[in-house]
Design a binder for this molecule. Structure first.
Ligand code: ZN
Length: 242
């Protein structure tokens, strides 16, 4: 069976992305899947987008990617996100903008029975948040595959939907069972919001799903953000993981 690393919500955080990719390299996976938001909030949008272009085998779009590429409206972004997106759009290279512009909203991996979407299987273009198993529960009939990976909320979790319609919440580890389906939130590499500042990513190998955490040089990222003039709220939240 193919082994996958699933990464999401890099948000222009180069130190976090490099730390995660170093770990992934050692895990010898067959394929890297990217769930969107390579830019927004952080200080290195071009470097991160270039790495995602090179390293990810399959990529889909996040709301910040589309906003930075000029194809999403940012009126529903909060003021910090808007400032960061305007800063990002100004420095993004044509090559990176074209890449982000061309990313699809969803991807079905038919052979692997996997569905990828940045926000939610229901109305992917509306960027709903799946915060918990209740939100996830309502989304199981909006995709056909056995496993769905999402990002967007920056809070990782694994939800299992049994053949009998029961929902089981798994914190950071689950075994894939016959008859069950799964929604897995891969969390965020570049701006975790679950109280743990370490970068998050997922490994899917054989019948095991694992959410992994990786520490990185947060202080260096924060220095770069300060130099770029990005909002201090965005700088400070990295150390809190919230
Ligand atoms: Zn995000």
């Amino acid at each position: 069976m193919t082994a996958y690393a699933v990464i999401s919500d890099v948000h222009a955080n180069l130190e976090a992305l490099q730390a995660v990719l170093e770990k992934i390299e050692r895990k010898k996976v067959d394929s890297i899947l990217f769930l969107g938001d390579s830019v927004g909030y952080g200080p290195d949008p071009n470097e991160c987008t270039k790495i995602v272009r090179d390293k990810a085998d399959i990529s889909i779009a996040g709301n910040h990617d589309r906003a930075a590429a000029g194809i999403n409206d940012i009126t529903n972004f909060n003021s910090y996100a808007r400032i960061a997106i305007e800063w990002t759009a100004n420095i993004l290279t044509y090559e990176n903008r074209d890449f982000l512009k061309g990313l699809p909203l969803v991807k079905e991996l038919k052979d692997a029975d996997i569905f990828l979407v940045h926000a939610s299987p229901k109305e992917p273009h509306k960027w709903h948040y799946l915060h918990n198993e209740h939100d996830a529960h309502r989304n199981f009939h909006h995709f056909k595959e056995k496993i769905c990976f999402v990002g967007h909320s920056h809070v990782p979790f694994i939800t299992e939907h049994t053949g009998k319609g029961k929902s089981i919440f798994h914190y950071n580890h689950a075994t894939i069972k016959e008859g069950s389906r799964y929604i897995i939130n891969a969390g965020s590499i570049g701006q975790p919001r679950d109280g743990n500042p370490d970068a998050a990513y997922v490994i899917l190998r054989d019948d095991t799903i694992e959410i992994k955490r990786v520490p990185y040089d947060i202080v260096l990222t924060q220095k770069k953000m300060k130099k770029a003039g990005l909002p201090s709220y965005l700088i400070n939240r990295l150390s809190e993981g919230g």
